[in-house]
Write a protein that binds this ligand. Structure first.
Ligand code: SF4
Ligand code: SF4
Length: 246
């Protein structure tokens, strides 16, 4: 049996219900190919009260897109089993409150496109029916949108969409493989947030940019502001787009 991808609309009924009583419980946490986003890492390192350096070293592997040269961060296998996510336990996910966006959406796939006229983001959804997942065929009273609301994925989508737009800009402006130093800048600014902050405040990474104090004040303590700043910095370093921060 192969995976089936079924396009759905947000107002459609959700024909799926996950339960710890299902015989497949935790099966979905064996996929180590899921790419983690900067916001996923921000949330999990906060949950564990560790730095991004420690999180990345202990729990993730770094790969590079063969065609794009973009860094891709995935989970390292659980050291106890040699496979599956490092946070899966017999009782479920140990970082559940801060689990990644892709874990919240599963088994839903989401794609976006920005409307050229209104600038608004249009969303497209599909259900991925994998043979191991026994949650399909259950009757629920929820629409796809209501089900997503229950997964509290809106904030993840909001931040992850900025990454998607940055990648799409890269593919437009710099098609082909990034050079090693460019990939390193991308990784530093988006994934290794504590090191990025240290380079800014301890090694004057931003000297010469003439940024107002208000920017330094917000990125010193606010991880989400630092992540947004990192995207703007990458656009400047890689594409020459003016660092327009006020
Ligand atoms: S495989 Fe599907 S039904 Fe089973 S635990 Fe995972 S999401 Fe839930
Ligand atoms: S983070 Fe949690 S929900 Fe996601 S794969 Fe790991 S154990 Fe499963």
């Amino acid at each position: 049996m192969t995976d089936e991808m079924i396009p759905v609309h947000e107002k459609d009924a959700m024909p799926f219900e996950c339960s710890s009583k299902n015989s497949c419980f935790n099966e979905c946490c064996r996929d180590l190919n899921q790419a983690l986003t900067p916001y996923d890492i921000l949330r999990m390192k906060k949950n564990l009260e560790i730095s991004s350096q420690v999180f990345l070293k202990n729990y993730t592997s770094l790969h590079y897109g063969p065609e794009s040269g973009l860094p891709i961060v995935t989970f390292k296998p659980n050291p106890g089993t040699g496979h599956e996510c490092p946070f899966v336990t017999p009782k479920g996910c140990s970082v559940y409150e801060d689990r990644p966006g892709s874990c919240r959406l599963y088994p839903l796939a989401r794609a976006i496109a920005r409307d050229r006229e209104t600038g608004e983001i249009d969303e497209y959804f599909a259900l991925i029916e994998e043979p191991h997942c026994k949650g399909f065929g259950k009757k629920t009273d929820l629409t796809i949108r209501q089900w997503m609301d229950g997964q509290e994925v809106a904030l993840h989508n909001h931040h992850n969409d900025k990454l998607m737009e940055l990648i799409s800009l890269k593919n437009k402006i710099l098609p082909g493989k990034l050079e090693g130093a460019q990939s390193d800048q991308f990784y530093l600014a988006l994934y290794d947030q504590n090191e990025f902050r240290a380079r800014i405040f301890d090694h004057d990474l931003l000297s010469g940019f003439g940024l107002p104090n208000s920017v330094f004040k917000s990125i010193k303590t606010d991880d989400e502001a630092l992540m947004d700043f990192g995207i703007a910095w990458v656009k400047n370093m890689l594409f020459g787009i003016e660092l327009d921060i006020t």
